[in-house]
Design a protein. Structure first.
Length: 202
């Protein structure tokens, strides 16, 4: 059963969202995490799949980079202001169901302000956030993993971190990531790692 839903916006750190989900899946097991590009199968109704993924989750990670709020559509309208925006819909659905929402700020992304968010999404500005920084990636991922176990206790049973000093390698296309006691030690070719689909308006 899905436990953690990874919410992200295309054109704003979707590569980091993929890296985050992959790194956490190495620690906890892949089927714990829902990420649209990975979890929705060809031919699935993506609308039903997204909402079902949120509803089956105990927590939602909202990956927020510096462009998250200002990404615009072809009419120069902020995507976040559109009721049909899936990033917005997923977060609002989580709030409505009482699912914990954790903003994950990427790099130097600024914390969100209530007055910059559309109706129904203002609560996101007051959710305590965590930060993921390239210079401290391993430590930040370890802290996030520990936080998730505290928030979702059943993750303790899904923890598959190898013993300290051991290495596990996994391949996605030609992308390989090594984990040593839950930290990243490899390089990723994001061109092959990401399966990008613009249909859901990300």
């Amino acid at each position: 059963m899905t436990t953690v839903f990874v919410n992200y916006r295309t054109s704003d750190e979707e590569n980091v969202a993929a890296l985050l989900e992959h790194a956490l899946s190495e620690r906890f097991a892949s089927d714990v995490f829902f990420r649209a590009a990975k979890s929705i199968k060809p031919g699935d109704d993506f609308e039903e799949a997204l909402l079902r993924g949120v509803r089956r989750s105990s927590a939602l990670l909202a990956v927020i980079g510096p462009r998250w709020l200002e990404v615009r559509d072809e009419h120069d309208v902020r995507k976040i202001d559109k009721a049909s925006d899936w990033v917005r819909r997923e977060i609002v659905e989580a709030f409505d169901l009482g699912i914990r929402v954790v903003p994950v700020l990427i790099g130097e992304a600024e914390p969100l302000r209530k007055d910059a968010l559309p109706a129904g999404l203002e609560r996101l500005a007051t959710c305590q956030y965590v930060r993921l920084r390239s210079r401290d990636m391993e430590a930040d991922l370890d802290r996030l993993a520990t936080t998730l176990i505290e928030l979702v206790p059943e993750l303790r049973d899904a923890n598959v971190v190898p013993p300290a000093g051991s290495t596990v390698n996994n391949a996605y296309g030609n992308a390989r990531v090594g984990m040593q006691a839950g930290t990243i030690v490899g390089d990723i070719n994001f061109g092959d790692f990401l399966a990008r689909d613009e249909r859901d308006g990300r």
